[in-house]
Design a protein around this ligand. Structure first.
Ligand code: 4AD
Ligand code: MG
Length: 473
């Protein structure tokens, strides 16, 4: 058999007389008297390879064996295609069935996303999820490249930790009885547990990144983070991937500029490398939506955000807009804003972005009571140097701040929020020994992926979503 060539490469090659082998999974099969048409895909690209075979070349039982989902190796040569969908196609001379797939549950028709969530391990074979996970790779790679090109150091922060980095208490506990412990006390007694104290899965690598920038200047973490919040929404996962840059000597303005630059660089990478995937996802949403969508088509939306400067407003300005918006022409909010100090719910964020400004919005200077202990207090004594980047269709994509570098302010905030100074004594050393202004932010990869793909449910942009009650495969 001739050496195997990936379908992506075969589709780019001109017709020629060389014998080649393609391997992949059958998407469709059409049989007529003279011809068998197969489309096969090997995951290397969005497009399928059309294969043309003559039934005379195939034993009857082989022809019956092949169907959607079966894996095959086909040897033949590439010829110019008469069909409209492709320039070239493979005229097969020989076929081997690698694995048949009787009762394969994904027939060549559009399945609902809900149905596909019951078959997570098979989703990779569909066009939609092939597109999504190739895009996820391109974005992940572009994140590393972005920071590498700017001199950042990729910092691996612990997954298992004793610290509650957000002070929000949404922690998964990690336990295992200490094998050397005599007692039958079990993991509920922290002194008997593996680490001899209570350990958690990390909610954020930020505190470790703050320590690191005091020697390495600019770092970023990019790894899984875990939140035990019981929010069963289309925007929350119990396990998600977060990228967190942290930079010594940066203030809030610097970190906002970095966030905007990152997001735009990722959109550049997406538009430059994923045109076929984006075309598929855009057509998918157009096909599925019966009513006209209030949103621009996917590609236009991505290009618009790429080209548009983000609007920057303070929390106080946002509250004024939201209070004036009541009652607005689109009906009232489920949670009306009553006064300064109210938290912004997703409906408020989306009102600001989708209706009021019609572009991404950065909200800064939130009331200190709404934000984490490490954010730098402003001179008004009421607000902190926080920033959230809000995106159309998604809401919060990025959350960040300038950090409180003044020891007395930091410890006062920790005490106010009942965060143990003793537990974070190591962190306080960063302020004891050569403290400096510094800033950073966290971007949820899956939140960005929602925007990048136009998908509506966060469970559809991560290979194996974990949400309350769901951990099958
Ligand atoms: O706003 P958050 O909680 O900020 C932090 O964790 C900071 N330590 C980041 C930093 O400054 N280094 O989370 C940051 C981002 C959010 O904007 C959102 O995109 C994402 O993480 N995120 C989630 N994504 C999916 N599911 C969840 N449950 C998420 N919680 C936060
Ligand atoms: Mg946040």
């Amino acid at each position: 058999m001739a050496s195997r060539i990936k379908i992506k490469k075969l589709l780019q090659s001109p017709p020629n007389s060389e014998t080649v082998t393609a391997k992949g999974w059958i998407r469709t099969k059409r049989v007529s008297k003279q011809t068998v048409f197969l489309t096969i895909n090997d995951g290397s690209c969005q497009q399928d390879l059309q294969v043309v075979l003559s039934p005379a070349q195939l034993p009857e039982n082989l022809l019956n064996q092949i169907g959607t989902g079966a894996s095959v190796a086909i040897t033949g040569f590439m010829v110019a295609s008469m069909g409209e969908k492709q320039n070239v196609e493979l005229h097969g001379q020989q076929m081997v069935v690698l694995g048949d797939a009787p009762k394969y549950p994904l027939q060549p028709k559009a399945h609902s996303l809900e149905f596909l969530r019951t078959l997570l391990h098979l989703r990779f074979r569909t066009r939609t999820f092939g597109a999504i996970f190739r895009i996820r790779h391109v974005i992940s790679y572009a994140i590393h490249r972005f920071f590498h090109e700017r001199g950042f150091i990729y910092l691996h922060t612990p997954i298992i930790t004793a610290a509650d980095a957000e002070g929000a208490g949404a922690l998964f506990q990690v336990t295992s009885p200490n094998p050397t412990a005599q007692a039958a006390a079990g993991p509920s007694d922290p002194t008997e547990a593996f680490f001899k104290e209570i350990a958690h899965l990390t909610v954020s690598g930020q505190l470790a990144a703050e320590a690191a920038v005091m020697g390495l200047h600019s770092v970023y973490t990019f790894g899984p983070t875990f939140r035990a919040e019981n929010s069963n929404t289309s925007r929350h996962l119990a396990e998600f991937w977060m990228v967190e840059p942290e930079v010594a000597f940066n203030d809030l303005d610097d970190t906002i500029a970095l966030a905007e630059e990152l997001v735009k660089a990722l959109l550049d990478a997406l538009l430059a490398n994923c045109s076929e995937e984006l075309k598929w996802l855009e057509q998918r949403t157009i096909r599925n939506i019966n009513e006209p969508s209030p949103q621009l088509p996917l590609l236009e939306r991505l290009t618009f955000v790429r080209e548009t400067p983000f609007t920057r407003i303070t929390y106080t300005e946002a509250i004024d807009i939201l209070m004036d918006a009541l009652p607005n022409k689109n009906g009232t909010f489920a949670y009306p804003i009553k006064s300064w100090g109210s938290d912004l719910q997703s409906e408020h964020e989306r009102y600001l972005v989708e209706q009021h400004f019609q572009r991404p919005v950065i909200v800064t200077d939130y009331p200190k009571g709404l934000k984490a202990f490490y954010m730098r207090q402003n001179d008004d004594n009421k607000t902190v140097a926080a920033m959230d980047l809000l995106f159309p269709g998604v809401g919060e994509i990025i959350g960040g701040s300038q950090r409180e570098e003044r020891m007395d302010y930091l410890t006062a905030a920790m005490q106010r929020m009942h965060i143990s100074l003793a537990d974070l004594n190591w962190y306080l050393d960063t302020r004891r020994f050569g403290t400096i202004p510094h800033s950073g932010f966290g971007m949820g990869l899956e939140r960005f992926m929602l925007f990048a793909t136009g998908m509506e449910n966060i469970r559809d942009v991560i290979p194996f979503p974990r949400t309350p009650g769901h951990i099958a495969c």
